[in-house]
Design a protein around this ligand. Structure first.
Ligand code: HEM
Ligand SMILES: *[C@@H]1O[C@H](CO)[C@@H](O)[C@H](O)[C@H]1NC(C)=O
Ligand SMILES: *[C@@H]1O[C@H](CO)[C@@H](O)[C@H](O)[C@H]1NC(C)=O
Length: 485
């Protein structure tokens, strides 16, 4: 993907030699002037117009097949590793180093706090774990943890394995090409809705998914209530979801039916003290946050794993060998348990390498709560600093041959803050174990049961997606390895 972009750039340079030369000399003079007038610790970059700044450049990159990280890539090319810009009215600095990531993540809540752009904050809601101030964050995070306990995850593994096995079996029997991303979005969504609210009804699931997709689509849009716009549709879909959750909570409170799910564990706390429970709007905003945070991220990572393994047959063969041996040691037809997943040592490295290369969350946004320094760079109070995990994960100083998919590189221990696909510190991904576990189950069933061919090799990225995903969604055709599985 990155290689292609580099080739494209060479092509562009060759074809537009004169223009580039003119631009370059302009840039160089500009650069020389800036160098003379700028103190060495100031961060280069253009803030663009007041307020809007370079917002439209970001949105236009997001609206292209190169994806929104192209906005960052281009500015690194123009200004160097550290650069600043203005987005949605705020100054943003992109922090490209593990040392910088450490400075920010180890000062969470003290010097820096999470700060989402308005469209994202509106999508997830005020009481979402992603938006609340530090005082509520601790309590909400503690109370949200129940579905992620080992006990609850070990039940989830079996259920999830059953779901994945059945879907793969059906698709293989059908024999036609299907889009991996559609499959992974659906299994991830169904599994989350079951875990959170025990919803199994297909038509209700489809209805909720449609609205969740609209909300997710609005996360990177211009936040103005213009009928027909992505933002408008997202806000309307969010209102419908909140009404649905409200009705569900009311009906649970009025009935004696017992459920074993996240919502039930929250409602059982109704009579608890205020600091030992979530209020209704906290429950609702966070159910949506968990669905949004858990579905597209994991589904996109699973899609990339299929793509990377297709391009790297040696890694695929090693993974298949490990997974077949795990399958062979279990009674026929038995579902996976946590213990089996712990044996997947190569599988875990495939998951790690997939997350390093796919960078489902490209960067993690924070705002500086005070004037401070990151490395030698001055940061002003109120500036936004984005931890650029993508740049860190592709840094050749940290990862030899970074464009090569090589799970075995994780035989070596990583330097601190150089591997952060789930973030780090008090805001580390809440679903980290669930994400790893679902990816392992998915890879187990795929490689131990089937061989596959990728039916579309196009590397264009999906437009307007906040997560990097291939536009094709990776269509594949499965062949069962043995007839009897
Ligand atoms: C491959 C899949 C996933 C990736 C790459 C991922 C990545 C991340 C990252 C990087 C953060 C921290 C962002 C920051 O520091 O600003 C985060 C936070 C979070 N993630 Fe995930 N995530 C994944 C799956 C999940 C799943 C499955 C769930 C839930 C079921 C989930 C729920 C959350 C929540 C609630 C937070 C906010 C935590 C807080 O602010 O305290 N994620 N995720
Ligand atoms: C996105 O790109 C398409 C063409 O590729 C264009 O017609 C459309 O106006 C663009 N939308 C935005 C919001 O920039
Ligand atoms: C999978 O298919 C490819 C190409 O059809 C073939 O070369 C390879 O040996 C197959 N692998 C397995 C494990 O069957």
């Amino acid at each position: 993907m990155m290689i292609l972009q580099r080739e494209e750039l060479y092509l562009l340079i060759n074809n537009n030699y004169a223009i580039i030369l003119a631009l370059l000399s302009g840039l160089l003079t500009g650069f020389a002037i800036k160098k003379l007038t700028r103190p060495s610790d100031a961060i280069p970059g253009s803030l663009g117009f007041p307020l809007v700044g370079e917002t439209f450049s970001l949105l236009s990159a997001a609206n292209s097949s190169k994806g929104c990280y192209d906005f960052v890539r281009l500015r690194r090319l123009w200004y160097g590793k550290w650069f600043k810009t203005r987005l949605f009215g705020k100054v943003h600095v992109f922090v490209p180093s593990a040392v910088g990531a450490k400075t920010i993540l180890s000062n969470e809540f003290r010097l820096f706090d999470k700060c989402l752009v308005k469209s994202m904050a509106d999508a997830v809601g005020k009481k979402s774990l992603l938006c609340v101030p530090v005082e509520s964050h601790k309590r909400i995070r503690r109370l949200l943890s129940s579905p992620f306990s080992t006990d609850s995850l070990s039940k989830f593994v079996q259920k999830f394995d059953k779901l994945v096995s059945e879907r793969f079996k059906k698709l293989a029997e059908n024999g036609n090409s299907f889009v991996v991303l559609d499959l992974t979005m659906k299994i991830q969504f169904d599994a989350m809705c079951d875990l959170l609210m025990s919803i199994m009804d297909e038509s209700l699931l489809n209805e909720i998914e449609k609205d969740c997709t609209a909300v997710s689509d609005s996360m990177l849009s211009f936040p103005a209530m213009i009928p027909g716009s992505r933002y408008y549709k997202g806000i309307k879909a969010r209102e419908r979801l909140m009404r649905l959750f409200e009705e569900m909570i009311a009906s649970r409170r009025n009935s004696k039916e017992v459920h074993e799910d996240f919502l039930q564990s929250m409602l059982e706390r109704d009579s608890f003290a205020a600091d030992e429970k979530l209020d209704d709007s906290e429950i609702m905003d966070n159910m949506l946050t968990l669905i949004l945070g858990g579905q597209s991220t994991t589904a996109a990572a699973m899609m990339w794993s299929v793509k990377f393994l297709d391009e790297n047959k040696q890694a695929q063969n090693m993974l298949r060998e490990e997974q077949l041996s795990i399958l062979g040691n279990k009674p026929k037809g038995a579902f996976l348990c946590l213990e089996d997943l712990n044996k997947m040592s190569y599988g875990s490295k495939v998951v790690k390498e997939t997350l390093r290369m796919s960078n489902v969350l490209l960067w993690f946004p924070r705002v500086a709560l005070d004037d401070c320094k990151i490395q030698e760079f001055e940061i002003k109070k109120g500036w936004h600093v984005n931890i650029d995990a993508t740049h860190i994960h592709y840094d050749p100083e940290l990862y030899k041959d970074p464009l090569h998919f090589n799970p075995s590189r994780f035989d070596e221990i990583q330097k601190p803050y150089s591997y952060i696909p789930f973030g780090s510190g008090p805001r580390v991904c809440l679903g980290i174990n669930m994400a790893k576990l679902t990816m392992l189950v998915f890879l187990h069933r795929l490689t131990s049961g089937y061989n596959w061919t990728v039916d579309d090799q196009d590397l264009s990225l999906e437009k307007k997606s906040p997560f990097p995903r291939l536009k094709s969604g990776v269509p594949i055709t499965l062949t069962a390895l043995k007839d009897d599985i």
